[in-house]
Structure formats: C-alpha cells, structure tokens
Design a protein around this ligand. Structure first.
Ligand SMILES: NC(=O)c1ccc[n+]([C@@H]2O[C@H](COP(=O)([O-])OP(=O)(O)OC[C@H]3O[C@@H](n4cnc5c(N)ncnc54)[C@H](OP(=O)(O)O)[C@@H]3O)[C@@H](O)[C@H]2O)c1
Length: 400
C-alpha cells in the first residue's frame, strides 16, 4: 500500500514532469496528479472528440483509471433505462475519457451486453470491454444457476461476442466459481480462446486466494472483481494481498455501496420489491440504513474539506488503497457519471485516507453485505471471516 510519506514526496517530485509530458491531459490537481504519476501511460489515446483520462494497469492491461459499470441500465436496481438512454450514458462516458466498460451475460439477462455492444461499436478498438460468463440459461432465457462447463463456456462466449458486436473480449471474468468444475479446466478453455483470438485477458469474480492461485498457475489472471468499498472490507482478508503479490489488478464492484455511500439513499428511501435487489439486502433495512448513516457522515465530513461529494470521497479512497485498483461505479445518469469521473480532480491526500481508516474502524458496519443465498455462491476466502488457507477453495481439484 502507498505510505503517506511516499505519496507526498513522489507526487510532488513527479507531477510537473508528467503534466508536461502529456499536453493533452487536463491539468489535474492533487489526487489526479497522483493517478497520473503512478500510471501516466499515454498509449491509450482516444480520438480528438474525447478527453484523455489517466490510466491504470490491471496486470498488463491498461485501462482508464475510472471505468463504467453497465449493469444497472437493465438489471438489479430500479428504475431502469431504455437501450437508447443506456447508449447515451455509455457514449458520454467515452467522451469523458472512460475506456473501461463492464458488463455480463446476466445483466438483463443479455440486455446490457446488447446496449454496450451497440454503444461502443463506433469506437470498439479504442476501449477495453469486459464481460462475464459462468451462469446457465434455459431456452426461455431463465437463469438456471452456475455453469462453467468448458463446452458451455464456449457456446456462451460466441453468443456474447454476437451481442457485443465484436470478435474479441478484452477481459473475460468467470462470474462465480463453479463448485462442479475444476478451475484448471476453466483456465484451460480460456487459454484455448486466447489462442483463437476470442479472448485477450481473463479474471475471476468473488474468488478467494486458493482459487486465484490455482487459476493463475494455468493461465495468468489480469483482474479479480470482488465487492469492495468503504463499508465492505471483505477483500482485505486475503484477496488484495494475493493480487499484490501475483501482480493481478483489482476491480471493486459496488464501489459506492449500491448507491448508499453517495448519501442519496436515506432510511426513508423505498425500493421496488420485485425489481430492486436492495429491497432484500440486509444493509438496506431501515434500521441498518440509520445505523450506517455515520459512514455517510464521515464521507461528507471529508468531502466538505475537499470540495467533493461523498461519492467522490468513496471512490478516491478505493483508488488510494492500491494503484492496481480501478473502480467501475454503475450509473444510469449522465450527471452522476460526470461527478464520478471528476473524482480524478479531487485533492485527496494520505491524511484523508488515514482519517477514513481510523474513523471507520470505530464506526463499523451494520448488516451483512448481501443475502445468505447470494453469499453462498461466493468462494471460500471471498467473504470476510472465511479463509481459503489450507483449502483448495470451492472449485473441485482436477481428476488425476
Ligand atoms: N462481479 C459481480 O458480481 C458484480 C456484482 C454487482 C455489480 N457488478 C458491476 O459493478 C458495477 C458497479 O456496482 P453497482 O452498480 O452494484 O453499485 P455502485 O456502483 O456502488 O452503485 C450504483 C448505484 O449508485 C448510484 N450512483 C452512481 N453514481 C452516483 C452519484 N454520483 N450520486 C448518487 N448516486 C450515484 C446509481 O444510481 P443512478 O443510476 O441514479 O446514478 C446506482 O443506484 C455494476 O454496474 C456492474 O458492472 C459486478
């Protein structure tokens, strides 16, 4: 992790040089300069209608330092958007310099991949497109549970490529570890698809250390995508240190706590019982929203000193934790998108980071991060309080 001392010194020493070296980059200040000096690669030049954002590295893959989660247009939260509205937000993100887009087959299902595919078609070769496999569907498009059988992955990949209107996926994640398929077999099928040119990099989602190590041995992983945010510390158990050791990037999902950390969800907010997953989420009961409001107050308090919103402080905190973290906040709103990207202009310091750590340690969090049902498909070691040490994780060992 970056130490305060290093932060201040390195940022100060390198900033002017990096800004001069990249004249097309908006002259960011503070935190943004830190992002620039850590990962100031200029290879990812977009066209002249777009801004150039600083980039970060996930393993060997270069992406804009802020990504866009594309789940919520057609899935998980309510209200949802039309395809045309989704396309507008995605294309605005690209104009702002975002070159990292995250989707999955089960967002919709299928609808998010379709919207993303159509939106990015005009600039497909300038961006990094991430999607996910690992769930099975019946002939009516109903999700029938995990399925990472190699032949099924191949079939689903071809269908995703079609929806995404592309012939390659930049970053392909297994959405959840399948307890019936050895991870070595999954890595093997990914390796085949890399050779065929259909896939460029791969990752795992909600995986623990043991599975990460097994998968990485067969085909090096580029990123792990587990839930991580100021109020959700599960990856601090064993996953982040494993990523650091193995040179794997980390993409935190729900970086704004499914909207809660923005301060716009209050104990009086009503969620649609059928279409919004937060209706059943333990952290979103009225009682827990009240108890967890202290976390929002902390972010507001830091934000007030920095001319920043609580959302921006929550995102800046994540990016400060490790230079290999790239958040993918999800939004259906252009206003929120612009606010999220502007996080890169916030003057967030090591002292701000430490204040959040010290205060959060006193406050804690109320309510499990998700339902028992959803949690049960997380790998051993992915949930705080579990450890995969001495185990082989949830994936069975290959037959000898
Ligand atoms: N791998 C996995 O298992 C997994 C699971 C869940 C999600 N994901 C990925 O991670 C991405 C992000 O996670 P997420 O969408 O669950 O949670 P999130 O990014 O923490 O929060 C999204 C929520 O925050 C609101 N929001 C966004 N920016 C805001 C702002 N500036 N001010 C106020 N509210 C704001 C959004 O509402 P508006 O639409 O109104 O802005 C939305 O309701 C997803 O889109 C998806 O790509 C992956």
């Amino acid at each position: 992790m970056l130490k305060n001392k290093d932060w201040n010194r390195r940022t100060f020493l390198k900033t002017s040089a990096s800004v001069l070296a990249f004249p097309f980059v908006t002259p960011f200040n503070g935190f943004a300069q830190f992002v620039l000096t850590q990962y100031n690669n200029s290879k990812m030049i977009t066209d002249k209608n777009t801004t150039l954002l600083p980039t970060r590295k996930l393993g060997t893959l270069e992406v804009s330092a802020m990504g866009l989660g594309c789940m919520n247009f057609h899935h998980a939260f309510y209200p949802r958007t039309t395809k045309q509205e989704a396309i507008k937000v995605i294309q605005r993100a690209y104009e702002l310099g975002v070159t990292f887009f995250d989707t999955a087959i089960n967002y919709g299902p299928f609808l998010s991949e379709e919207s993303v595919g159509e939106a990015v078609a005009p600039f497909r070769d300038k961006i990094i497109l991430a999607t996910k496999f690992g769930y099975g569907y019946d002939e009516n498009g109903k999700n029938i549970g995990l399925n990472s059988q190699p032949d099924y992955i191949k079939k689903m990949t071809d269908a995703s490529l079609k929806r995404l209107k592309t012939d390659y996926i930049d970053l392909y994640y297994q959405h959840r570890v399948d307890p019936t398929v050895p991870i070595e077999d999954v890595a093997g099928v990914i390796q085949d698809m890399i050779k065929e040119g259909k896939v460029r990099h791969w990752g795992l989602s909600e995986a623990g250390e043991a599975t990460i190590r097994r998968a990485h041995k067969v085909q090096p992983l580029t990123a792990i995508q587990n839930e991580y945010a100021v109020w959700t510390r599960d990856p601090e158990g064993e996953v982040l240190s494993t990523c650091e050791e193995l040179g794997i990037g980390f993409v935190p999902w729900s970086p704004i706590g499914k909207g809660f950390l923005s301060g716009t969800i209050t104990p009086n907010t009503k969620f649609d019982p059928r279409l919004d997953v937060r209706y059943n989420s333990p952290r979103f009961t009225t009682e827990n929203l009240k108890a967890n409001w202290k976390i929002v107050s902390l972010l507001q308090h830091i934000g007030a000193k920095k001319y920043a919103t609580p959302t921006q402080i929550a995102l800046a905190w994540l990016m400060t934790k490790y230079p290999f973290i790239v958040p993918i906040p999800g939004t259906t709103s252009i206003k929120h998108l612009e606010e999220n990207v502007n996080t890169l202009q916030v003057e967030f310091t090591g002292d701000d980071f430490n204040e959040i750590e010290n205060e959060f340690a006193k406050i804690g969090v109320h309510g499990e991060r998700t339902t028992a049902q959803l949690s049960s498909v997380h790998d051993i070691g992915a949930n705080l309080g579990t450890s995969s040490k001495g185990t082989h994780g949830n994936s069975p060992l290959p037959k000898k």
